[in-house]
Design a protein around this ligand. Structure first.
Ligand code: 6PG
Length: 476
């Protein structure tokens, strides 16, 4: 065969990725379970490049030049395993299978191991940017072997988004590393979205402003440090009017946030690794709360508020406070996400370059933002930075906004506006910078009721106090 890359699974993401490869001059082998989709891709977009359509898996594989490079773009879970199982019998040593879906990274580790035993490369790759990104240039996070990246990498870099000419694609690390990084990307996406939603709610309730007015505030914010895809689309969405009712679109959307599960995986993994990703967790739970219909029905009009009217006198100062609090909370969420990447990298031996991850997230993906340049620079100053928040740039940028952050979180509490992500991010900030934490008391309690032992501040060792006896201290 002669095709340079293959795509199987031609739903909207696979279809657009295939077109992207073709538009970049590659000969693209295409395949789909039902041939009609393959045919319609050729009929609708055949003039964009060279497609080689096959009806059977065998013909599809045969149409590819070796080592074959096949991108699988189907639903995560069972459907992905099914497609891999169909492909494998026709593949030969050194061929590369790329899973570009949102797979859960433990599945990727398993699949990589199974294909490696057969002499095949399995590349679990994060791809972000939705339909439009897939077509015009996504952010791509490929894992797998370094060897596979040598032949696959240049093709993926070619079709990826570019920022200042630099591709938003780089080798992430072995086996599940690519899908892990994509998972954390999505967790950060949840946190970012929740923080923006809280900022919107604060402006709405604090100022009594309309959705469209708030949309204009977001548009203004998008010209500064907060400049990002999510702020940009928020400005757009808030100014959109529902054609049917003539009211603000956001006011006619049911307020129950759904999810497909990547945020939940991120939180579960944060618990497994013991990394406090509180921003992502609060964002995920906030979606769960919004969908807790029976609980909300039981509480509305029943739970007492004891709040006063939020009487904002200086409108511009309030808007600036919300902006600063949003920025600070956002830095916390990213700092926590990068901690999670560092912890997983150590746990699984992935050796992930965090600065490079920030670099490939600057364009193409959902969390693309000007601010990611600052993160890349921070990791350039210190590749082993223990805490992003403590980088010299961020201590200044966040420090600047701390007073505003406190006013906003305190005001939200006083006036009954739910701000789980703003508030928990500020608590994290105060917790991580505290010289001493009440964790000492937790340890003492654990030793009291369970003889779980404690360490001391003044000398090495592990100790237990005889709480129910004479309260002497023993070396444990
Ligand atoms: C991306 C997005 C994409 C998708 C999320 C949404 O990077 O392109 O993250 O993967 O929009 O899966 O997830 P929820 O349905 O869980 O909000």
């Amino acid at each position: 065969g002669t095709a340079q890359i293959g795509v199987t699974g031609l739903a909207v993401m696979g279809r657009n990725l295939a077109r992207n490869f073709a538009r970049n001059g590659y000969t693209v082998a295409i395949h789909n379970r039902s041939y009609a989709k393959t045919e319609s891709l050729v009929a609708d977009h055949g003039d964009e490049g060279t497609f080689v359509a096959s009806e059977s898996v065998e013909d599809f594989v045969a149409s590819l030049a070796r080592p074959r490079k096949i991108v699988v773009m189907v639903k995560a879970g069972g459907p992905t395993d099914a497609v891999i199982d169909e492909l494998v019998p026709f593949l030969e040593e050194g061929d590369i299978v790329v899973d570009a879906g949102n797979a859960h990274f433990p599945d990727t580790i398993r699949r990589e191991g199974a294909l490696r035993e057969k002499g095949l490369h399995f590349v679990g790759s994060g791809v972000s940017g939705g339909e439009e990104g897939a077509l015009l240039g996504p952010s791509i996070m490929p894992g797998g072997t370094k060897e596979s990246y040598e032949s696959l990498g240049p093709i993926l870099e070619k079709i990826s988004a570019k920022v200042d000419g630099v591709p938003c694609c780089t080798y992430v690390g072995p086996d599940g590393a690519g899908h892990f990084v994509k998972m954390v990307h999505n967790g950060i996406e949840y946190a970012d979205m929740q923080l923006i939603a809280e900022a919107y709610d604060l402006l709405r309730q604090g100022l009594g402003a309309s959705a469209a007015e708030i949309g204009q505030i977001f548009a203004e914010w998008n010209t500064g440090d907060l400049e990002s895809f999510l702020i940009e689309i928020t400005a757009d969405v808030l100014q959109h009017v529902d054609a049917e009712t003539g009211s603000a679109f956001v006011d006619i959307v049911l307020d129950q946030a759904e999810q497909k599960g990547t945020g939940r995986w991120t939180v579960q993994n944060g618990l497994d690794l013991g990394v406090p990703i509180t921003g992502i967790a609060e964002a995920t739970f906030a979606r769960a709360l919004s969908g807790s219909v029976p609980q909300r029905s039981a509480a509305v009009g029943v739970l007492q508020a004891h709040t006063s009217e939020w009487d904002v006198t200086d409108r511009d100062a309030f808007i600036e406070d919300v902006r600063l609090a949003l920025y600070a909370s956002k830095v916390v969420a990213y700092s926590q996400g990068f901690d999670q990447i560092a912890a997983a990298s150590a746990e699984f031996g992935w050796d992930i370059d965090r600065g490079a991850m920030a670099r490939i997230w600057r364009g193409g993906c959902i969390i693309r933002a000007r601010f990611l340049n600052r993160i890349t620079e921070a990791y350039e100053r210190d590749a082993n930075l223990p805490l992003l928040l403590a980088d010299e740039y961020f201590t200044g940028a966040v420090g600047n906004g701390v007073a505003a952050w406190r006013r906003i979180v305190a005001g939200a509490a006083l006036h009954g506006v739910p701000t789980p992500a703003f508030a928990s991010s500020l608590s994290y900030y105060d917790g991580v910078r505290a010289e001493r934490l009440p964790a000492a008391l937790i340890q003492a309690q654990r030793d009291f009721f369970g003889a779980h032992t404690y360490r001391r501040t003044d000398r090495d060792g592990t100790f237990h106090t005889e709480w129910s006896g004479d309260r002497t201290e023993q070396t444990a």
